[in-house]
Design a protein around this ligand. Structure first.
Ligand SMILES: Cc1cc2nc3c(=O)[nH]c(=O)nc-3n(C[C@H](O)[C@H](O)[C@H](O)COP(=O)(O)O)c2cc1C
Length: 331
């Protein structure tokens, strides 16, 4: 399938694996890229720019296809060494960057000068337009359904994607709630040029996370996520568990007085415990509503091949079939 996104990134299928803390290591990124999609390594999971440089090199050993690096600009006082991470990306010869979080403007000149294509992930049309204005090549439009940070507007993709299509000139992919061929075809119909998936890629054979995490996603339904940290305007969609229930109780009790320190136990340092050790109840970890559509643990290649062949069947058999009577009438 050829879309503006496959052309922009030089990939076979219009399917991107979004950056995921403690999930998107070289193993997953390489597997997705080898399967014809765009795999992405998460920069900040690497403790330093030097570690990121090594991770990029590891990925290059596993694939000769294009892959990208996610750089998430966090709302923190003590900022990570962003210029160092950007330098590691450029020096490592990576040609694609997924930015997320705050506005990436100050880092764009360095990336653009090095010929890096930038796709910015955002949760609103106004932020997507801003990304277009500052020179991003594409955007990933992340709807309210998404695992991770859906922003504060709560607009689901059925509205957000066609709104983005109305306003944007640059290509965009649909992110949040994407799992299969139906997601891809629907997204194309709504104006997107492909899809970005997070949660679905955790439940793949190559995702280098503990088996208990994959089983937790399989066991979850679309009813099993919760929104946390809304009072801090840092909303995150996570899988419900005992720690999340505790966190929500604190939010309800403390109301407007809630401080980050009050919930530190449930959110800080959780990812290595969950993803590496398999302590799935250790705290709040991102997961999308799309868990309800995830019923197996395929390889990335099986997943992408299935999405592409079923998408073709939906378009050719089901959708074109709906118009068959027109042709018959015309004969
Ligand atoms: C466990 C997990 C960790 C994530 N970590 C990040 C991250 O560090 N940076 C980022 O930009 N997005 C992160 N995301 C968001 C994904 O890249 C993607 O946008 C999102 O999962 C899409 O929604 P979906 O889960 O419904 O597919 C994370 C998502 C999950 C599920």
């Amino acid at each position: 399938m050829k879309t503006r996104i496959t052309e922009l990134f030089g990939i076979e299928h219009p399917i991107i694996q979004g950056g995921m803390h403690y999930v998107a290591f070289a193993e997953l990124a390489a597997a997705v890229s080898n399967a014809g999609g765009l795999g992405i390594i998460t920069a900040l999971t690497q403790k330093s720019p030097e570690d990121l440089a090594r991770e990029i090199e590891r990925c290059r050993q596993m694939t000769d296809k294009p892959f990208g690096v996610n750089v998430t600009f966090l709302p923190t006082v003590m900022a990570p060494d962003y210029p160092g991470y950007i330098r590691a990306i450029i020096d490592g010869g990576v040609r694609i960057v997924e930015t997320a979080g705050r506005n990436p403007q100050e880092h764009l000149p360095a990336l653009k000068d090095a010929g890096v294509k930038v796709i910015h992930k955002c949760t609103s049309v106004r932020h997507a337009l801003k990304a277009e204005k500052i020179g991003c090549d594409a955007v990933s439009v992340d709807g309210f359904e998404c695992g991770g940070h859906p922003g504060e507007d709560d607009i689901p993709n059925m509205i957000l994607l066609p709104r983005a299509a109305e306003e944007l000139q640059i290509p965009f992919v649909a992110s949040g709630g994407m799992a299969d061929a139906r997601s891809l075809v629907a997204s194309l119909a709504l104006g997107a040029e492909g899809i970005n998936m997070g949660t679905r890629f955790i439940a793949t054979r190559e995702a280098p996370v503990h088996e208990k995490v994959k089983q937790a996603i399989l066991a979850a339904s679309e009813l099993d996520t919760r929104l946390v940290m809304r009072p801090l305007r840092n909303t995150e969609r996570v899988l419900k568990n005992a720690a999340v229930e505790r966190l929500l109780e604190k939010e309800a009790t403390l109301g407007k007085n809630l401080q980050f320190e009050d919930i530190i136990e449930e959110v800080a340092g959780v990812y290595p415990k969950v993803m590496t050790e398999g302590e799935v109840d250790a705290g709040a970890w991102s997961c999308g509503m799309v868990a309800g559509l995830i019923h197996d643990i395929p390889t990335c290649k099986e997943l992408l091949d299935r999405i592409m062949s079923e998408a073709e069947a939906i378009i050719q058999a089901r959708l074109t079939g709906l118009l068959a009577h027109r042709k018959e009438n015309a004969i």
